[in-house]
Design a protein around this ligand. Structure first.
Ligand code: IMP
Length: 183
């Protein structure tokens, strides 16, 4: 789906598919270098990180492994509460592994803060975070993010895996919604 397909629903496009891919190429180069000689386990957080994970993984030139978790935050639909429930756990043991959590977006940071703590308790060799987007003005906890795609304004965005009411995940670009969609 292109921005043109849902132009009436979008207020404006923040990042095009090309800009996202270009940034992912840069991050992949950095990750390849940082993990040289190791084989990181990329842990994608479902469902939002699906696009980021698949493009990042393909942009990398070295071996990596992939696993997935699904979590849900208790509380209102568009606000994070910091209390996280694991809906789908990892399929593999991460003891002594180099784990790189791949997340779509950091808003309050509460979800990742919980996940980071939780995964550290399983005895991995290392745990780092890669997030495609981050809203610095919305952060409530200081999450140590190693790799960040773009910092964005404190607005609700959709596309590239990010949804509103489960829609727009398949939008190639990332944009803000027009008010009539959610009001
Ligand atoms: P946090 O715990 O507040 O950092 O929330 C993170 C999660 O909330 C993300 O993984 C998304 O699923 C969701 N989220 C936060 N902001 C947005 C947004 O602007 N668009 C779509 N989903 C969002």
């Amino acid at each position: 789906m292109d921005a043109a397909d849902v132009s009436q629903d979008l207020d404006h496009v923040l990042f095009t598919e090309e800009q996202i891919h270009q940034r992912l190429d840069e991050l992949a180069t950095q990750i390849d270098a940082d993990y040289a000689g190791r084989e990181p386990l990329l842990v994608g957080v479902l469902n939002g990180a699906v696009m980021t994970m698949s493009d990042l993984a393909r942009a990398m030139h070295s071996h990596m492994q992939m696993d997935w978790m699904a979590v849900s935050s208790y509380g209102a639909a568009t606000k994070s509460s910091g209390v996280v429930r694991i809906l789908k756990d990892l399929s593999c043991d991460i003891r002594d592994r180099d784990v790189l959590i791949v997340e779509d977006i950091i808003d309050t940071g509460l979800t990742l803060n919980y996940l980071l703590d939780h995964l550290r308790g399983r005895g991995p060799a290392s745990v780092e975070i890669m997030a495609m987007f981050r809203k610095p003005d919305a952060l409530q906890v200081d999450v140590p993010v190693r790799y960040i795609g773009f910092d964005i304004p404190n607005e609700f965005v959709v596309g590239y895996g990010l949804d509103y009411a489960q829609r727009y995940r398949n939008l190639r670009d990332v944009g803000t919604l027009a008010p009539h969609v959610y009001s």
